[in-house]
Design a binder for this molecule. Structure first.
Ligand SMILES: [Zn+2]
Length: 456
C-alpha cells in the first residue's frame, strides 16, 4: 500500500478498480462542454498559439478533433438546441428569442435518462434558461444572470455536481461556459495576450464591451425590412487589445475545463467520454461586423469539436471529414452504445460518412436577417433572402472568404440555391411544432435577455 502513495490519481483508480470486481466494466460517464462564442481558429489544431488553450491542445493530441466543424447558425439558441437534439434548426424550430422546443422532441438528456444515466446541466447563458434547453435534465443549474465572467463559478458548480453524483449510475453532464462571450473580462491571471505596452483610452475597449461597437443594432426588436447594421470601427491596437481580452477568457475556460475533467477522473470510477465544442464563433470585423449573429462567414460558423477518452478505443473517427453540430448527439450515443429511437438529422461521426458526404447548410434569423448558407465542398454559398444577394466562395483557394465568385459563376449559384431550397423544404415539411414563451416564462426570459444586453 505504501507504493500507492506515489502513484498518480489515475493509477490509484485503476488499482482500486482492480480490487473491486466489475469496476472496469462500468459504463462511461459523458461530459459535454460547450464553450460559448469560441471560434475554431483560436485553437492549436488550427495553428493558433498553443498558449491560448494548452489543455485543449493536449486533449486534442490524445483524442480526435474535427477541424472542419460547422454550427448551423451564428447565435446561441438555435445552435445549442441543435447540439442537444441532433436536429437542424429548420426542424427543431427554435430560431427566435421566444421560441420554445416542442416537448415531444427527445433531447440528449432524455435519451441518456431512458438508458439509466443520471443527467445534469450547468449552464451560464441566460438565453438558455428556458426554451427547451432544460428539457430532460434531472439537475439543471443556472449560473448567473449577467454577462460578467462566470467560468470559475460554472466550474465550481460542475465539480459539485460530479462530487454529488451517485456511484450507482453513469453520469451525463452538460456544461455551458458563457465565456469568451462579450463582455471580454478575463481574470487577472489570464490577461496574458494583450498588446505589450498599450493602454486603450476608451472605456468600452478597456472593459471588453464589444457590443458597443456593433453600433445602433436593433438588438432584439424587429426593424425595417432593409435594415443594415453600421458598426463603429476600432483602430488596430484597440482591436488587438479586444482580441487579447477574448483570448484571456479562452485561457480561463481552458483552465477550468481541465479542472472539471480532473474532478471526474479523481472522484469517479467510470471511464469518461469528454466532448468539447462551441455554439458559434465570433467575428472581429473580418466581414464588416464584430461579434456574432449578423453574418454566415467562417469566423462565426466554424467551431471546435473534439472527442476524448476511453470510449474512442477501437473506434474509427476520421477527423478530416466535415462535421456539423447536429452530428454531435448521434456520435456521443454511438460511442457509448446508447440506443436512440428518434430520427435525427445528424449522423454518427464514428460511422462511415453517407454516400456523397454530409450536406452542410444552415441559417440565421437573428433580428431581421434572413440568410442561409450551403456548402458543396469546396464551394460555399451565402444567400441573403431579403435582397436576392448571394456570396459564393471557394473555401480551398480562399479560406477567408475575400473573393465573391457569385457574379462569375451564375450556374453554380443557381444550382446551389435550388439545392438549399430543396433541403430546407424537406426539413420544414418534417418540422416539429414550436411553442412560444408566454406569461411569466416570457417575462423571465426578457429579463435574462436584458441582462445579456439583447434588450436595451
Ligand atoms: Zn452563444
Amino acid at each position: 500500500m505504501r507504493m500507492a502513495r506515489f502513484l498518480p490519481p489515475s493509477a490509484l483508480l485503476l488499482a482500486a478498480c482492480a480490487a473491486f470486481s466489475g469496476c472496469m466494466s462500468r459504463r462511461p460517464d459523458v461530459i459535454l462542454i460547450v464553450i460559448d462564442t469560441l471560434r475554431n481558429d483560436e485553437l492549436p489544431w488550427m495553428g493558433a498559439d498553443p498558449r491560448f488553450a494548452p489543455n485543449l491542445g493536449r486533449l486534442a493530441h490524445e483524442g480526435v478533433v474535427f477541424p472542419r466543424t460547422y454550427a448551423p447558425s451564428p447565435w446561441t439558441k438555435p445552435s445549442t438546441t441543435t447540439i442537444l437534439t441532433g436536429l437542424h434548426p429548420y426542424r427543431h424550430g427554435v430560431n427566435g428569442h421566444d421560441d420554445k422546443l416542442d416537448a415531444s422532441v427527445q433531447t440528449i438528456a432524455e435519451v441518456f435518462s431512458a438508458a439509466g444515466y443520471q443527467t445534469a446541466a450547468v449552464v451560464s447563458n441566460p438565453s438558455l434558461y428556458d426554451g427547451g434547453t432544460r428539457q430532460g435534465f434531472e439537475v439543471f443549474r443556472e449560473v448567473g444572470r449577467w454577462i460578467e465572467h462566470s467560468t470559475d463559478r460554472v466550474a465550481a458548480q460542475a465539480r459539485d455536481v460530479i462530487a454529488r453524483a451517485s456511484g450507482e449510475r453513469p453520469l451525463f453532464l452538460y456544461v455551458h461556459f458563457l465565456d469568451p462571450h462579450d463582455k471580454y473580462v478575463p481574470p487577472a491571471q489570464d490577461r496574458l495576450f494583450l498588446p505589450e505596452g498599450y493602454t486603450p483610452q476608451g472605456p468600452e475597449v478597456l472593459t471588453g464591451d464589444m457590443r458597443h461597437f456593433e453600433g445602433d443594432t436593433p438588438v432584439w426588436k424587429p426593424t425595417s425590412f432593409d435594415f443594415t447594421p453600421t458598426p463603429i470601427p476600432l483602430q488596430p491596437l484597440d482591436l488587438a487589445y479586444m482580441r487579447g481580452l477574448y483570448r484571456g477568457e479562452l485561457h480561463a475556460a481552458d483552465r477550468h475545463l481541465q479542472a472539471i475533467l480532473d474532478s471526474q477522473r479523481i472522484g469517479r470510477g467510470n471511464p469518461l467520454l469528454s466532448v468539447v465544442t462551441a455554439d458559434h464563433g465570433e467575428a472581429f470585423y473580418e466581414h464588416g461586423m464584430p461579434r456574432h449573429g449578423w453574418t454566415l462567414h467562417e469566423e462565426v460558423l466554424r467551431v471546435p469539436l473534439l472527442f476524448h477518452g476511453a470510449p474512442l478505443q477501437g473506434r474509427s473517427l476520421d477527423g478530416s471529414r466535415i462535421a456539423r453540430s447536429m452530428d454531435i448527439l448521434p456520435t456521443i450515443l454511438d460511442l457509448v452504445h446508447v440506443k436512440d429511437s428518434e430520427e435525427r438529422d445528424g449522423v454518427s461521426l464514428a460511422q462511415p460518412p453517407p454516400e456523397g458526404g454530409s450536406v452542410v447548410q444552415g441559417l440565421t434569423c437573428y433580428h431581421v436577417q434572413k440568410e442561409s448558407f450551403i456548402i458543396e465542398d469546396p464551394y460555399k454559398l451565402i444567400i441573403d433572402e431579403r435582397f436576392g444577394r448571394n456570396e459564393l466562395y471557394d473555401l480551398q483557394a480562399d479560406p477567408h472568404e475575400t473573393r465573391n465568385l457569385a457574379f462569375s459563376q451564375p450556374a453554380r449559384v443557381a444550382s446551389m440555391v435550388a439545392r438549399q431550397q430543396k433541403i430546407r423544404d424537406d426539413l420544414l415539411s418534417r418540422k416539429f411544432a414550436t411553442a412560444k414563451l408566454e406569461g411569466e416564462e416570457l417575462r423571465q426570459h426578457e429579463e435574462a435577455l436584458k441582462s445579456l444586453g439583447y434588450i436595451k
